[in-house]
Design a protein around this ligand. Structure first.
Ligand code: SAM
Length: 278
């Protein structure tokens, strides 16, 4: 890894601001958040990789998009993308992006409510894509392929993408998923350029040691492809999408408006009063 000369305290505190703004994860849609130290390192890595580029995030519960834009805006990192758009089907995540961008005046950052099962709305509008998809343990990586396909469409099948997937030498399924990801990348006209292994860990109760890697794919040709983006409704591609027997059945997760965002919800606690206060 290249030597990084940044103010680590400022970077961690900035990422802490972002973590504070993240909605709680919905496990049924494979929202499992990256741990904070790994977010700092991942954000630096992504900011450097996508410096000056238009970057599309295909899903981003982790909020790496916000960290990258914020660290650059605060000049904690001297590099970062020229534009970032988060495409996610969870309105809470899109709103968290918009809320943070608005509060901190992050002019390069925006979001779009979008389900990967639908045709991609902005084909070819980006130079790079990033995705940390459902990891496809029960469908040999088909869900990874769906998210990666949308990323490739975002770049018009040019440029580069970063796909974050499980990476564990002691398990068989991550190897099968990595092999299928690499096969699909080749079929789509991309090759795997780099793959830093075992770099992130997650708040995952049933497997806290499971790590992931960054697979960086690069288009073989700068010409791109004019492939029309289409909806995906093929039952074979959607089986076990979010885990065994969990097929997609939700188009969008809608946010219920709350006035106390970022603070404890009143349904979570009650006060037991001091004697003299009763
Ligand atoms: C599937 S999770 C993977 C784990 C990752 N660490 C996270 O929690 O962000 C990644 C993102 O994909 C989004 N997502 C899940 N299903 C989607 C869908 N059908 N269309 C668009 N985004 C989706 C989730 O809301 C989440 O933000």
């Amino acid at each position: 890894m290249a030597e990084i000369d940044i103010d680590l305290r400022a970077a961690i505190n900035a990422v802490s601001d972002v973590v504070q703004n993240r909605p709680r994860p919905l496990r049924e849609f494979d929202q499992i958040y990256m741990k904070t130290a790994d977010m700092v390192l991942q954000s630096e890595f992504v900011a450097r990789w996508a410096d000056g580029q238009r970057l599309a995030f295909i899903g981003d519960g982790d909020a790496i998009s916000i960290c990258v834009a914020y660290l650059h805006h605060r000049e904690i990192l001297p590099y970062g993308p020229s534009e970032i758009v988060v495409f996610d089907f969870d309105q809470r995540i899109c709103n968290a992006v918009e809320r943070f961008a608005d509060k901190e005046r992050l002019e390069t950052l925006g979001s779009c409510l979008y389900n990967v099962l639908d045709a991609f709305p902005e084909s070819g509008a980006f130079d790079r894509f990033y995705t940390n998809p459902p990891w496809g343990a029960s469908n040999d990586g088909e869900s990874v392929k769906v998210f990666m396909q949308r990323g490739m469409e975002a770049t018009g099948y040019t440029g580069q993408g970063m796909v974050v997937v499980a990476d564990d030498p002691n398990l068989d399924w991550p190897k099968r998923v990595l092999a299928r990801l690499q096969g699909a990348a080749l079929d789509a006209g991309f090759f795997v350029q780099r793959m830093p292994t075992h770099v992130h860990s997650y708040h995952l109760d049933d497997n806290p040691d499971l790590r992931s890697c960054n697979v960086i794919v690069n288009a073989l040709s700068g010409e791109g492809q004019t492939v029309k983006s289409e909806a995906i409704r093929d039952a074979d591609r959607l089986a076990h999408f979010y885990g065994r027997n969990l097929i997609p059945h939700v188009r969008y997760v809608r946010e219920k408006p709350r006035l106390d965002y970022g603070k404890a919800n009143q349904s979570e606690y009650e006060f037991e009063l001091l004697e003299e206060s009763r």
